[in-house]
Design a protein around this ligand. Sequence first.
Ligand code: NAI
Ligand code: MG
Length: 359
Amino acid sequence: MTRKEYKLVAIGGDGIGVEVVDACLEVLTTLADRDGSFTFGVTKFDWSTDRYKRTGAFMPADGADQLRAFDAILFGAVGAPDVPDHLTLWGLRLAICQPLDQYANVRPTRVLPGIQSPLRHVNGGEIDWVIVRENSEGEYAGQGGRSHPGLPLEVATDVSIFTRAGIERIMRFAFNLAQSRPRKLLTVVTKSNAQRHGMVLWDQIAAEVAREFPDVTWDKMLVDAMTVRMTMRPDSLDTIVATNLHADILSDLAAALSGSIGVAPTANLNPERDTPSMFEPIHGSAFDITGKGIANPVATFWTAAMMLDHLGERLAADRLMRAVEAVTANPDLHTPDLGGNATTRMVTNAVIEALRGRN
Ligand code: NAI
Ligand code: MG
């Protein structure tokens, strides 16, 4: 039987991004060998802050177009202590997401076996959420500017952009996702009390799209009140949809409530599959632990499972998550972010062993 080959591009980026992506590629090779029906052809790109310092650009001018030739993108993180974060973010991560129109950012949250939530009333099952983040416009649309630089009347604006088309497509995606999950429950996060234009349109379109999904129960939460509900009544939530900025913040909270930012994955999807989607951990380049070999690779393994699912390899995705869960269940294999002493190498080896069926 000929094995199907997926063309995968790996962009480690900066800091621990490189470490966790390399660990993930080892795991994916093991998984593909174990499965036997598919394989990965991996191309690595060195797009990063190092490249920016050498050449003046994080990626080639036609970088986003180069990526179109691949089936999926595995991304680490971008960010360095000596380059402003708005340059790194816009120079690489957003420079990929936006032209490839990866408008649906999907962020599942669960407390994995063996991991303790910082919430004392949570034992595991109470947190099982998927946060859908609008990933193409809103507060991060890039509109705005600065005038009168350096003068007392200096002014800076960041204008949020909400389009009917942009809201409709993310709402439809979120309602579809909610419908596919057992509880068929969607919470629409908003701030339409204070922001009376864009957020009101957001609410209005949510109500319109909801009519297409009569079997989905949905409600609306103001973003500030949402932080309270996530903390105090986590089991009242299932699927959540929020704007670019709101979901950015809420998903870091979700990651913390599930035990660590080191286990939280995300997928930047182009649901229509016109372009490749990008899979990454939620965390950044973590320069405080770079080079120490203690980065938790679980978030990246989990996003690889999301990638396999997106590619249609559901069995392999389940197999990878079972291996990851068998490893997190053992506290001896917890990295320091989870309170343990394990290294990236130990966790990676243990997942590889679990995939080979030796434990
Ligand atoms: P960060 O996520 O890099 O680190 C926050 C804290 O969590 C640090 O104490 C770090 O050691 C810890 N941490 C993160 N991932 C971990 C892992 N896998 N294992 C163990 N511990 C982990 O966020 P921070 O410090 O705000 O940002 C650092 C840089 O990363 C900045 O330049 C920032 O702009 C960038 N960044 C990039 C992102 C991306 O590429 N998608 C996302 C978030 C931040
Ligand atoms: Mg963030």
